[in-house]
Design a protein around this ligand. Structure first.
Ligand SMILES: [Ca+2]
Ligand SMILES: [Ca+2]
Ligand SMILES: [Ca+2]
Ligand SMILES: [Ca+2]
Length: 414
């Protein structure tokens, strides 16, 4: 047993020595490697060391992108004020408006018209303010929201209540049509300073507004005037200075007009507002003039102005009517010359007193909005939602105004 035990012991010793030798050999072999476990930690450590400890390896810091100038949204707004402090709202970058006033100390009897047009050959829109029977004022815009000292254009001697700009004589630049209490007139090539005046045939008095279009489809621009003293008048253009006219037997007390093809025959028609009666549609048949005058369905009280557009986004023109008394009204066109009317709230601040209206997408959301001029309330924007409703109302002026007209346009460089 001892012998067996001796060899057993030696055998155990031998196995222990052999195991030790193997371990030493293994450690020696492993020691030849840098660090077998470092293969796992290498990557992590590299990344960390590279980011934290070695600035030479930092990726270059990119400069922030240069700031793009914020685009303005929507046109600028000019309100003509009977008190002579006209309001101007310059569309601000990114939305909203910056307000200013254009003092008018030289206009004794500010009338309704507000017209933005190019009067002096530069790239910026200027504004025409009508001054009764005195010389009218043209404030030159600088494209940045300021208007310089006014120049004048001569009066024809009659009180001018409205104006429109068009190239009526097919020569030079813009001509101005004046709707007057007295003879209506064309001032030719105002920007060129021609000074030529054409007096239009005067079949009526108390003209209140004027619009232009090629109503008889002969290729030149004709004139349509509303009157308080009679029905409306179509002046047919027989250039350069001969003008025929036709007076229509529609309701008197007409206050404003807006042009659109309401019945889909590609001939321009006219929506006419009436102060204290049914508003009317004059439907042109082309060469033979307006052979149909239709009253629209509701009797608005004191309709003062109208602007047209497809507020319901169904492809048919609608008409937004500004009423001095009672709520404004949206006349929803059916595309065949007929309308159904819905009342529009003027908002909580300005329940009434609307005297003029302009239409555009003022906030760039794709839906038409209206800018309302108020004589006795605050001037406002009513933002449309594309269904014929105007759920968002924003006051522009902070106090009640004595506004008589509104004009909108891009007054900056074009
Ligand atoms: Ca014509
Ligand atoms: Ca038509
Ligand atoms: Ca529509
Ligand atoms: Ca809009």
């Amino acid at each position: 047993m001892r012998f067996v035990a001796f060899w057993d012991i030696r055998s155990r010793i031998a196995r222990g020595v052999l195991f030790s030798i193997l371990v030493v050999m293994l450690m020696t072999t492993l020691g030849a490697c840098s660090n077998p476990f470092g293969l796992w930690s290498f990557g992590r450590t590299f990344e960390t060391q590279s980011d934290d400890d070695d600035p030479q390896e930092d990726p270059p810091q990119e400069d922030p992108p240069p700031e793009e100038p914020l685009e303005t949204i929507g046109p600028d707004i000019f309100f003509t004020d009977a008190g002579g402090d006209h309001e101007f709202y310059l569309a601000a970058p990114g939305g909203g408006y910056v307000s200013g006033t254009v003092a008018d100390s030289g206009c004794a009897a500010v009338q309704r018209g507000a017209v933005l047009f190019h009067s002096n050959g530069d790239a910026f829109l200027d504004v025409l303010v009508l001054c009764g029977s005195d010389s009218h004022l043209v404030f030159p815009g600088d494209g940045e929201g300021s208007f310089g000292a006014p120049t004048t254009i001569p009066s024809t001697g009659y009180v001018a209540y409205d104006a429109a700009v068009a190239n009526l004589d097919q020569s030079g630049g813009a001509d101005i049509v004046l709707a007057c209490n007295g003879s209506n007139a064309i001032l030719h090539n105002v920007a060129e300073g021609s000074g030529t005046v054409t007096t239009l045939p005067e079949p009526s008095s108390e003209s209140t507004s004027v619009v232009t279009a090629d109503f008889d489809l002969d290729g030149d621009t004709d004139i349509f005037v509303t009157n308080r003293g009679s029905g409306c008048v179509l002046y047919s253009n027989n250039t350069p200075s001969l003008w025929g006219y036709q007076i229509y037997s529609g309701t008197a007390q007409n206050t404003d007009a807006a042009v659109g093809d309401f019945d889909g025959d590609d001939i321009p028609d006219v929506f006419v507002t009436v102060d204290g009666g049914y508003n009317e549609i004059y439907r042109s048949q082309g060469a033979i003039g307006f052979n149909e005058i239709d009253s629209v369905s509701l009797d608005d009280s004191a309709s003062r102005a109208v602007a047209v557009g497809d507020f319901t986004e169904d492809g048919n023109l609608d008409a937004y009517v500004a009423n001095f008394a009672g709520p404004n009204r949206l006349y929803i066109g059916d595309g065949n010359g007929s309308f159904s009317a819905v009342s529009i709230s003027n908002g909580t601040v300005n329940p009434s007193y609307s005297v003029d209206v302009a239409v555009a997408d003022m906030d760039g959301d794709g839906h038409l909005d209206v800018v309302l001029a108020s004589d006795g309330g605050r001037n406002q924007i009513h933002y449309g939602d594309g269904t014929g409703d105007f759920p968002r109302v924003v006051d522009l002026s902070t106090v009640a105004r004595s506004t008589v007209a509104v004009a909108i346009g891009e007054t900056g460089a074009e």
